[in-house]
Design a protein around this ligand. Structure first.
Ligand code: ZN
Length: 502
């Protein structure tokens, strides 16, 4: 094959695989949103068939031969195709390392473990979930060995979700933020300032909240031709292509902030997906870099923008108009304070901006021990409860609100949690750099997010996976990743809100 034909075949293969993913994604999202519950089994069959067809193409000998041809001509490739080749072949050869029958057994295990986890959480019964979690830990230690037998299993999994990460770097990150954050939380608990957030928990009818969400989508300048907002139990973003991005939220009638910040968070993920460059949209570099970089974008719009005083003041008139009864005696300043109340709590997904990272730190320390074989699954509930008491000062009343609260481990996802906190910290560094050239406060005060989106778009969104995650922050800010920006941001913000002594 000549160079042109080889490249053409490679582009066609990527597009085909992307189309399969599109089809499978739409079916899955439909299952979570519109499909009747009784369709579960047959839909599973359809997805199984598509997965088989997808893997049949992806892991075929034809694909391997194509990659061998590309290897020979890699120096002649343009920069996008070259990066596509490197990225694709890295994933391909890694996937090949795990025997097919073990992949199948793992997906069965995950399927079962997911269902059992749901039941165990509902019944507050850790013992029910324990044997599955033991198998999952054992499995992921073994898979890590297939990927890189010379590395510690947890290093392999950290690198899986955030390429370039390992325990040494993640330790350094958490070591840097641990003391400052815990001490801030302690000072806040002793502060004279008490925030009243009770008005957030009046009755906020779903229809009005939906109207409010639509308004927020407009403020985010989400292009309606290519994005939509749906409703699910757990909010998520599914980007099938830059022309089809679905975000979802969940409306709690007794909590107006929950959906508001879900829309802003998922909206941030959506903006990333919608902003992918046309030159990479059909290939394996589309869809955004690692989970931490993705989180840096969602949390940017949720927290750095959405929980800023400027933003709340800018959107509050509209909020008050929609919820005229509930908010008639509430000022914008009261709203700003209420959505920024920092209070140690039990549930990660409901945590505020400050204590959130501590929830992640606890999971990180537990995962590290678990994957190193230094702690046993049966001891997790006690370990969990002890750490929540030590770091956040809260008593965990039961495993439902403790060790069973998150779904990640039931999917064998060890090493994913740290990306949430690292992503938040990336965001602070990006904001500091952005402020050198963009008047962020002035833009947000006018609810004009255009210049902010442009800044992120040109440096991050358009590029997709052209840059490796570790290089994104360096390329955007001219510096290595530095968690000090995150600490400074939180210290400044919360010292002002809670009037803490310097
Ligand atoms: Zn997210």
């Amino acid at each position: 094959m000549d160079t042109g034909k080889t490249v053409e075949a490679f582009k066609a293969l990527q597009k085909k695989l992307k189309n399969y993913n599109y089809a499978m994604g739409v079916i899955s999202v439909d299952g979570d949103t519109a499909a009747p519950s009784g369709s579960y089994a047959e839909r599973g069959e359809v997805l199984g068939m598509l997965t088989e067809a997808y893997l049949g193409i992806y892991l075929s000998e034809d694909t391997e031969r194509l990659l061998e041809s590309l290897e020979e001509i890699k120096d002649e490739l343009d920069s996008v195709t070259r990066k596509e080749y490197e990225h694709f072949s890295k994933l391909f050869y890694k996937e090949k390392k795990i025997p097919v029958e073990e992949q199948v057994a793992f997906s069965t295990l995950v399927n079962e473990a997911g269902a059992i986890w749901h039941q165990a959480k509902e019944e507050n019964n850790f013992e029910l979930f324990r044997p599955y979690l033991e198998k999952l830990v054992e499995n992921q230690r073994r898979f890590a060995g297939y990927y890189a037998s010379d590395k510690a299993p947890y290093d392999v999994w950290l690198d899986e979700f955030e390429p370039g990460m390992n325990m040494e770097k993640t330790d350094a990150f958490f070591d840097a933020i641990k003391e400052p954050l815990i001490s801030l939380v302690k000072k806040i608990s002793e502060s004279r300032v008490k925030i009243d957030a009770s008005f957030l928990h009046q009755n906020y009818p779903k229809a009005e909240q939906a109207k409010w969400s639509e308004y927020l989508m407009e403020v985010l300048q989400m292009d309606k031709r290519y994005s939509s907002l749906g409703e699910t139990e757990h909010p998520f973003t599914a980007g099938f292509s830059k022309h089809d991005v679905r975000i979802t939220t969940h409306y709690y009638e007794d909590d107006v902030a929950s959906s508001m910040f879900s829309v802003l968070h998922e909206g941030g993920h959506g903006i990333y997906e919608l902003g992918i460059g046309d030159d990479i949209k059909d290939g394996c570099l589309s869809g955004g870099t690692s989970s931490a970089v993705h989180e840096s974008q969602s949390r940017f719009f949720e927290n750095y923008i959405g929980r800023s005083r400027e933003f709340i003041y800018a959107v509050y008139p509209k909020m008050q108009e929609i919820f005229s009864e509930q908010l008639k005696n509430v000022t914008a300043e009261q709203m700003y304070l209420a959505v920024n109340e920092a209070k140690p709590s039990l549930i990660r997904t409901e945590a505020d901006e400050l204590t959130y990272a501590i929830h992640i730190l606890i999971r990180y320390e537990i995962e590290k021990k678990l994957l190193a074989g230094e702690t046993e699954v049966k001891d997790l509930p006690a370990l969990w409860n002890r750490m929540y008491k030590e770091y956040l000062g809260v008593d965990v009343p039961d495993d439902r609100q403790g060790v069973l609260q998150d779904s990640h481990w039931s999917g064998g996802m060890f090493g994913y949690f740290p990306t949430y906190a690292i992503g938040s910290a990336y965001g602070a560094q990006l904001l500091a750099k952005m402020k050198e050239t963009v008047d962020v406060e002035a833009c947000v005060s006018k609810a004009d997010l255009g210049p902010i989106k442009e800044w992120l778009g040109a440096r991050i969104h358009e590029k997709g996976w052209m840059l490796d995650p570790g290089d994104v922050i360096k390329a955007c800010t001219g510096q290595e990743f530095n968690p000090q920006y995150f600490i400074d941001y939180l210290t400044r913000k919360y010292s002002e809100i809670y009037q803490l002594e310097k």
